[in-house]
Write a protein that binds this ligand. Structure first.
Ligand SMILES: [Cu+2]
Length: 206
């Protein structure tokens, strides 16, 4: 199993629309209270200071929403944490100040680039890609906005994740953890290629 753009997009959409819904509800509620219960001559303010059923209801609703978000987030996250299928492509990624090195184990292919010459690596479309991500110096993060996905690159630790790129094209990636002077130029590109083009790409980078 592998994480795809649509998995992460749907998690993103869930958070967004829940947030929008709750914001609209709160603004409407506060607006209503401001208008309906505004100060007017001859009217006493309510002396009531608690409403247990309403408060318990609100707490239960909050716990339910949070539980849903935690469940959906972790459930989606495990899709890209699963150990790899045998047919997966392996790519080792090393982040450093300020660039990236992409190595294809057993293929004799390495691409490396820095903030002056940003590297491009390639993956085949529709096949799981097994990434092993680490850092040579400080904490970086590998972010591919098009995939709605990012993962930290931590020195001394290797993060594994499996992704599937489901449409061919060129995608832009960037470091998303502030890592020093040239962080803002620490980008890279991903070619998502058909199997045949991917093999040609590998052969031309040996
Ligand atoms: Cu960085």
């Amino acid at each position: 199993m592998a994480g795809t753009r649509s998995d992460f997009s749907s998690v993103w959409g869930l958070y967004l629309w829940l947030g929008v819904g709750i914001a609209v509800f709160i603004f409407a509620f506060v607006g209503f209270a401001l208008v309906r219960y505004r100060a007017r001559a001859g009217r006493e303010p309510s002396q009531r200071d608690e409403n247990n059923p309403l408060e318990i209801g609100a707490a239960v609703l909050l716990v339910a929403i949070i539980s849903l978000l935690v469940y959906v987030t972790f459930h989606t996250e495990t899709r890209e944490d699963k150990p790899t299928a045998a047919k997966a492509v392996k790519v080792d990624v090393l982040a450093f100040q300020w660039g990236w090195r992409f190595t294809y184990p057993g293929q004799g292919v390495t691409v490396i680039g820095n903030s002056d010459h940003q590297p491009n690596f390639a993956v085949p479309v529709g096949r799981p890609v097994d990434f092993a991500l680490t850092s040579a110096d400080v904490i970086h993060a590998m972010w591919i906005p098009e995939q709605r996905f990012k993962k930290d690159a931590i020195p001394g630790k290797t993060n594994h994740f499996v992704m599937e790129f489901d449409s061919a094209g060129h995608e832009i990636g960037h470091c998303s953890e502030y890592c020093g002077l040239r962080h803002s130029n620490m980008g890279f590109g991903v070619w998502v290629l058909s199997q045949a083009s991917y093999e040609r790409w590998l052969a031309s980078h040996r």
